[in-house]
Write a protein that binds this ligand. Sequence first.
Ligand code: ATP
Ligand code: MG
Length: 514
Amino acid sequence: HKNRARSLGEVLARSARFGDRDYIVTADGRLSFAEHAAQVASLATAFRDEYGVRPGDRVAINAANSPGWILSFWATVAIGAVAVGYNAWWSRREVAYAIGHTEPVLIVADAKRAALVEDGVTVLTVEDDVPRLARRHPGAVLPVADVADDDPAVILYTSGTSGRPKGAVHSHRNLTSVIEYHRMNDALAAAFGDPVDPADRRYLLALPLFHIASLHNLAVPRLATGSAVVMHQGAFDVDRVLRLIEKERVTNWGAVPTMAHRLIEHGDLSKYDLSSLTAFALASAPSSPAFKERLRAAFPPAKDALVDSYGMTETSTAVSAATPADLAEAPGTLGRPILTVQVEIRDPLGEPLPEGEEGEICVRSPFNMLGYWNDPAATEQTIRADRWLHTGDIGVMEQGRLRLTTRRSDLILRGGENVYPAEIENVLVEHPAVLECAVIGVPHPDLGQEVMAVVVTNGEAPVGEEELRAYAAGELAYFKVPSRWRITTDRLPRNATGKVIRRDIETSVTGPST
Ligand code: ATP
Ligand code: MG
């Protein structure tokens, strides 16, 4: 219908009507929708006329969270070019790989990341060039390119948890569909009595903008619904975040479990006024029912409003979400599929399985990526001919709710038994001396793999292998009890989305693989 924007450029063009309402708020400034639209018009004009960016060209953004990141994103997609979010944690080598992979005509980078870019690529800095170009063409009319629904708009890389990051390509239609989904959700919430008007919600943005949680599900839809994005900048800092929430009356927060962990560790949070916060969602990495209990006890806004949502870069937004009611009735599940998303559990031959049987989680939705950039083999493996996306996650449906049991690549094959690392990790973290842990499979001459636990203790009570082994044996079947242990106080290696990098642990245990 005629109200539905077809391209992100149209979404942007309409956003000026929100006038002087806040779009982007940081600890030291705010940008209204009108100012944002004017600055993007100028920046887009500069990209097109001064830097020769054409429709279909890639513009990479490699920067920590800042308003300039968002301005550069909108300027790029408005003129029909493809915005590529580089992971700001990448090393020089990884950046070089991504440049070779996406061949950007322009890279927008902050000073720290500009230094990682090899010679020969045009770099614009977030600190100087972006603000300068955003004011250079005052009164410019936003140049909106005529794009087709299925033209690529964005490339975001997967987290690289299981291998080399892959570039998921999302079309204009994918993103405008995500916007429609958020609109529908807002309307439903209002219809079911949510007292906060959707336009008055204020969303905390604390996860990196190169992640779908921040870009596709905050910065993009909030420009369409006229609500504010309150941005935390710099390293995650509990005190600074909570003070920002208090000062800016933030209503919604989506976090990764590592952040929730830090909230719990922070201790007494009663000195902050968090009464504005009515929704707190976890996403992106597993968190156990016991952990969620601890979070509810430590962090009052999570008490009645905790949500756990499951999604992946390839699906643009959530696949399913567990509401507080789901988590109470069926702890450990990830809820029901969200509106317009279909989920099936399939066997290795691609046949759908009935409820209660375990298989690969497969997803069909208007939000699924077009494919992986420049990687037809991986694309074909992931999106089959029938357009169902094969997630690589193993799960089971229980009364309409999804339970994720493991990533296929994490499953341990011990002799004839399947061993699920998360099941063992969830038991071990309940031991009072354990802060966090990772369970991995390591090579074994007869069994193929044996189970190894890397346990990080909290240093309060000394604990040895024997005690942990006896504890595990009391809780788990014999073949799940780790036969190898490493007990340490060094934190587990995690990536930008808070996931444990098992590859690094495996390498440190068994030496580099070839
Ligand atoms: P790569 O695909 O490069 O190995 P990645 O899968 O970690 O990296 P992302 O797209 O950021 O990259 O993460 C998606 C994955 O994260 C999902 O496939 C799933 O395994 C996991 N995940 C996401 N949300 C949740 C959640 N709420 N609970 C448990 N696991 C989750
Ligand atoms: Mg993945």
